[in-house]
Write a protein that binds this ligand. Structure first.
Ligand code: WTA
Length: 630
């Protein structure tokens, strides 16, 4: 565990500036934490009371291991709390989203306008026959239209399943098929580095054989595709909005009614459809946004994630809206049109809370300190990090060059499955670079061995959560056995699949995944998913994929490939295999390196020993090979 040893050396504490502590929501983390553990249900019910319910819950938690229900018989609608509640409270003209495209064009949408747009689209969806419980896939650029699409589904109780627009046809098809989506909401294209990346053609290909998809709702960005409409049962996104009534009372949702499915990578080739429900998810994304980012009424908030990932769901759409702040959404990449673009917008909009991934920080670091130095970043008070471990070097760069010592860093550990932050500091207590911090309110975590025995301080083991929490996944869509596995791996606990260590002061350092899941540029990718994409190339018979440490991306992908008889290894063939992965899964999953081999190490039961390949590749000790076949 060399990587861990290195990180454990960093133990310096960074104290928050006095002004931040003085006005923070949470001034005494320790006492509130203690209270939240002693009376978990009381704690969450107090938070839930800050939101509006059409009918109050009878009971906060029903726990039938490993199945939990929260806010039993509570009735609400998350869009009511995210939009109507603010409009009713005098914020009709407050900006909810500033959506910026790559050319810097901005679209401002107020809470009042958001209510109008979401209600109309919701009515539009109803008019197309979409009802409560139906699934709707969303394959959209990272613009306000994506948020509107999600909220319109939630308004009528339809279950959205957003698919990251960087995924290609194969990945999109599996997700639409698994959810049996009745409709797909998409756009003609998204933009990246000045180039249009077509989305609609990918949708058309993906749904070719999926006859349960009845409609495609298309945001025709340049009004250029009208002739396609009849042919493919396509409905125009903005026409549907325009032609539908703005009066759409929110569907009365039970707290446990499904809100969305979001597919994420596991250890097998098939992604898992993580299911989140309404009440608990709403309460926990609201609470964590408020306390971790210390959100205040007039804050300008910017999360640079994409709505296609859980961070976009919880911390672009639901959490910030539930708190009624103004959010920035940006389409595109952090270095286009220039590597200071993010800081330019922080200055322009006076961003107070900024939330991004370590990969982006490491990438921007490379361009030098002079770039952020050109901008006035004094509005920043909280800087967030998410998605992968942040190395102390990147942490310090973020702290000094972006926060300028005046902002705090919150390194938030959580997962698609957890729905909301689980481990992080809050702004009022000191952070340690490279360590996420302590558990959030209501959450008890431990680092244990495979049998569930606690590890001594500073020793790496498996990260587990010891209790149910409101925003926990309720199941994996159509695969309850995969859900149960989270709670059966180490009996009694939820296994996160991560390795971590806890120091003497209770700060938790998350080291990385314990399983065959990669984290490439903060994107969660399954080795088995990449392997099955590689074998779609007709020249390949078998493949094994490992992650290699990468200075910027965290991990890069290396594939070991066995060719079919009659195919000769060549550089050109490597490129063709990469093309296959790009077509099937998408650019984020393309291996950086391919090596042709004759054999792969396997266990006696025939499983590829990726651990062995990785150890060999990195020149590490191979460890226990007693199960190796040969
Ligand atoms: C990793 C993203 C270290 C971890 C919200 C986890 C992190 C996986 C952190 C979930 C962090 C996320 N420090 N590692 N602050 N945040 N991870 O589902 O391995 O896309 O299990 O959710 O990302 O990825 P997911």
């Amino acid at each position: 565990m060399e990587k861990a040893d290195l990180l454990l050396k960093v133990d310096e504490k960074y104290y928050p500036p006095q002004e931040i502590v003085e006005q923070a929501w949470i001034k005494d983390y320790e006492s509130l934490y203690k209270q939240s553990i002693e009376d978990r249900e009381g704690f969450y019910s107090k938070i839930a009371e800050e939101l509006e319910w059409f009918q109050k819950w009878d009971k906060v938690l029903e726990w039938n291991y490993p199945y939990a229900k929260w806010f039993i018989n509570g009735k609400t609608n998350i869009t009511y709390n995210c939009i109507d509640r603010h409009v009713k409270n005098g914020k009709r003209n407050k900006v909810a989203f500033i959506s910026i495209d790559e050319e810097g064009n901005e679209k401002k949408v107020t809470y009042g306008e958001l209510l109008d747009l979401v209600s109309r689209l919701a009515n539009g969806l109803k008019s197309l026959g979409i009802k409560k419980g139906d699934r709707v896939s969303i394959y959209m650029p990272n613009t306000v239209e994506a948020a509107i699409a999600m909220l319109a589904c939630a308004r009528i109780g339809a279950i959205h399943s957003v698919v990251f627009a960087g995924f290609s046809e194969g990945a999109l098809k599996i997700r639409i098929d698994d959810a049996k989506a009745k409709a797909v909401i998409t756009a003609t294209y998204t933009k990246r580095r000045g180039k249009k990346i077509p989305l609609f053609p990918t949708v058309k290909e993906a749904i070719k054989d999926l006859d349960f998809v009845e409609k495609v709702i298309l945001w025709d960005r340049d009004n250029e595709l009208s002739e396609e409409y009849e042919e493919h049962n396509v409905v125009d996104f903005y026409k549907l909005i325009k032609n539908s009534s703005k009066d759409c009372p929110p569907e009365i949702q039970d707290a446990e009614d499904p809100l969305f499915i979001l597919y994420t990578s596991g250890t097998t080739g098939k992604p898992k459809g993580v299911l989140h429900t309404t009440g608990g998810y709403m309460v926990n994304t609201y609470m964590t946004s408020k306390y971790v980012f210390d959100l205040k009424e007039n804050d300008i908030y910017w999360c640079t994630a994409d709505v296609g990932w859980i961070t976009g769901h919880s911390y672009i759409v639901y959490g910030p809206l539930a708190n009624g702040v103004t959010s920035i959404m940006m389409e595109g990449v952090p270095v286009y049109p220039h590597p200071g673009i993010w800081w330019e917008y922080v200055e322009k909009y006076g961003v107070n809370v900024f939330y991004t991934a370590p990969t982006a920080i490491r990438m921007l670091m490379r361009f030098g300190d002079e770039i952020p130095a050109k901008y006035d970043l004094s509005s920043l008070k909280v800087l967030g990090s998410v998605g992968e471990p942040i190395n102390p070097e990147a942490w310090l760069w973020y702290y000094k060059n972006i926060g300028r010592g005046k902002a705090v860093i919150v390194d938030t550990w959580w997962q698609t499955e957890t729905g909301a932050h689980m481990i992080t500091t809050v702004p009022s207590y000191p952070a340690k670079p490279g360590k996420a911090g302590k558990p959030m309110f209501g959450i008890e975590v431990a680092v244990v061995d495979k049998q569930g025995n606690p590890m001594p301080p500073n020793q790496v083991g498996h990260l587990v959560i010891k209790n149910p929490w409101p925003s926990m996944l309720r199941t994996c869509w159509g695969e309850p056995e995969r859900y149960e596995k989270y709670w059966n791996e180490i009996p009694g606990y939820y296994s996160a699949g991560d390795l971590a260590a806890i120091d003497e002061e209770g700060y938790i350092m998350v080291v990385g995944r314990a399983d065959d899941v990669l984290s490439v540029a903060g994107h969660r990718i399954g080795t088995a998913e990449v392997e099955s994409a590689i074998v779609e190339n007709h020249a390949v018979t078998e493949a094994a994929v490992i992650g290699k440490p990468n200075e910027i991306k965290g991990e890069s992908i290396k594939a070991f490939v066995i060719l079919k008889e009659g195919y000769q290894p060549s550089e050109e063939l490597k490129e063709r295999i990469k093309d296959t992965v790009r077509e099937v899964l998408g650019p984020i999953a393309v291996p950086d390196e391919i090596e042709f081999v004759d054999k792969l190490p396997k266990t006696r039961s025939g499983k590829i020993m990726r651990r062995l390949l990785k150890a060999r590749e990195l020149g590490l000790e191979i460890g226990d090979t007693s199960t190796l076949e040969e």
